[in-house]
Design a protein around this ligand. Structure first.
Ligand code: ADP
Length: 485
């Protein structure tokens, strides 16, 4: 079954709540009105009863009582009452009741009892009994009281027709029954229109979002009021689209750069092979061509390896080795392995370690990080220069600094130095083998381990890379030789 839309859900909820409120309101008004009107009728009855009783009380004998009752009440507009004696015989009855053939005589004793009516002077009057009864074709409110007449006990019954009261109540009920559904209908219509208006920005948002494809990532959702609920949603979606656009552009640039970088060695290989095949060559020449081809394929495979590493790292596919790495040993090993390269360039390479410590992470990645940094440091330092590796503990971190006295990096390049395929000027070094991926790999490794890498440099004076790696909690000084690298 198709689920109702939010618009309909809101409307139905609204209508449901309104229906409950209307029912409660109508019920309260109806029963309050009923109670008040009935109270007023009862009050009138009390007053009439007090009047009648005062006449009964005052009379010296039966004849006098009847005379006075007749004189005062026989033609009175509002008074409908009858008086019966102890045998149930009618002593006095209002002529209007006789005309209409009504009698309250067989009064039941059921009904609520009330206190003596206000103003009653009869000492013998018992508490009046109040009841609602159908007499003839209409309902009547009747108050009955036993009183002592001049010639013995009497029963006085004063009544008031409930016809107009019931008519008023019926009218009120009818009004509610007519008005409530109409109000509800208007509320459903109004609620639907309001919900539609309130949700219109959502429709607009989904239309825009549907339009935004990979080639239209520059588009944004319109934000009328960034501070309301939908505005906040639109701003959040826009931020998400912006992030997507940024990573998409980065990915496109990365792919384009990678393709470009791969094309150069491939073109060299093709060119060398074509030239070699054009005519017969001496074995020495074939050897030279093959060496060139080997060099280019080396570059290609290094780059493929670097690209693969970065892609895996981005996708979180790089296997995570969380062993304990003794950093003193690792750094000593890397430095000693790079000594030959440094000596080749007549660069002095030194290592200075604070205290040995254990780091949680991947030993192979850490080696790759420091090999890359040292390789660059030696590469960009001319003969007679110095490259130093120092490590020290600072609070919960291990700080490793790779510093050189090389050519340095111009300040305008520093912010982009860790970008992929970013090279300053390949001609600055005598070797042209780098593709500008070394530092981005370093950055990726350090970030993957939750650390930080930064660079400081001055042209002509040297460069300093600082790697800050977090030490595991309760990391203690580790004796040499422990853990795996
Ligand atoms: P590559 O792998 O081509 O060396 P990197 O990402 O390692 O690329 O380095 C990017 C650029 O940063 C290099 O082209 C180089 O100019 C500059 N660079 C890196 N390390 C140093 C350094 N220690 N001294 C001077 N320049 C450096």
């Amino acid at each position: 079954m198709k689920r109702p839309t939010i618009r309909w859900k809101l409307t139905l909820w609204y209508a449901g709540v309104l229906a409950v409120v209307l029912t409660l309101f109508s019920g309260v008004v109806y029963f309050t009105m009923r109670h008040q009107l009935l109270g007023r009728i009862d009050q009138g009855l009390d007053e009439e009863l007090a009047d009648v009783l005062s006449e009964v009380d005052r009379a010296g004998d039966s004849a006098g009582m009847l005379k006075w009752l007749h004189r005062r009440f026989a033609h009175h507009e509002g008074f409908d009452f009858e008086i019966t004696d102890a045998h149930g015989r009618r002593v006095f009855v209002n002529p209007r009741l006789v005309e209409r053939g009504l009698s309250f005589a067989p009064a039941s004793t059921a009904g609520s009892t009330r206190s003596s009516p206000a103003g009653s002077t009869s000492q013998d009057a018992e508490a009046p009994r109040l009841e609602t009864r159908n007499v003839g074709s209409a309902g009547w409110r009747i108050v009955t009281v036993e009183a002592r007449g001049p010639d013995g006990p009497l029963t006085v019954r004063v009544a008031r027709s409930l016809a107009s009261f019931e008519h008023e109540m019926r009218e009120l009920l009818l009004t509610f029954l007519l008005v409530a559904p109409l109000t509800l209908l208007a509320a459903v219509g109004g609620g639907y229109v309001l919900a539609d208006r309130a949700l219109r920005p959502v429709q607009e948002m989904s239309r825009t979002a549907r339009r935004i494809t990979a080639d239209r990532l520059h588009e944004r959702i319109a934000v009328d009021n960034p501070h309301d609920e939908l505005g906040t949603l639109a701003v959040t979606l826009n931020e998400m689209i912006e992030r997507l656009e940024r990573s998409f552009t980065e990915m496109q640039r990365f792919t384009a750069d990678a393709a470009h970088e791969l094309r150069t060695p491939l073109a060299v290989i093709r060119n060398e092979a074509e030239v070699a095949l054009r005519s017969a060559r001496s074995p020495e020449e074939y050897c030279r061509v093959l060496e060139n081809l080997l060099e280019e394929t080396d570059r290609l495979s290094t780059m493929a390896d670097q690209l693969l590493f970065l892609c895996r790292q981005d996708a979180g596919l790089q296997p995570k080795a969380n062993g304990s790495v003794p950093m003193a040993e690792l750094l000593a090993d890397v430095v000693s392995n790079m000594q030959l390269v440094a000596q080749d360039k007549r660069v002095v390479l030194s290592l200075q370690e604070d205290e040995p410590c254990l780091l949680t992470g991947d030993g192979r990645q850490l080696r790759r990080l420091f090999y890359n940094l040292l390789d660059n440091a030696i590469k960009y330092t001319s003969a007679g220069g110095r490259v130093s590796v120092t490590s020290r503990r600072e609070a919960d971190s291990l700080i490793v600094v790779v510093a050189d006295t090389g050519i340095g990096i111009p300040v305008e390049h520093l912010p982009r130095i860790f970008d992929r395929f970013y090279r300053i000027d390949p001609a600055r070094s005598d070797e042209l083998d780098g593709a500008g991926l070394g530092l981005s790999i370093c950055c990726s490794i350090v970030r993957g381990m939750g650390g930080k890498i930064s660079v400081e440099s001055a042209v002509g004076r040297g460069t300093k890379f600082t790697v800050r790696l977090e030490l595991p909690e309760a990391s203690e000084t580790q004796p040499h030789g422990a853990g795996t690298v």
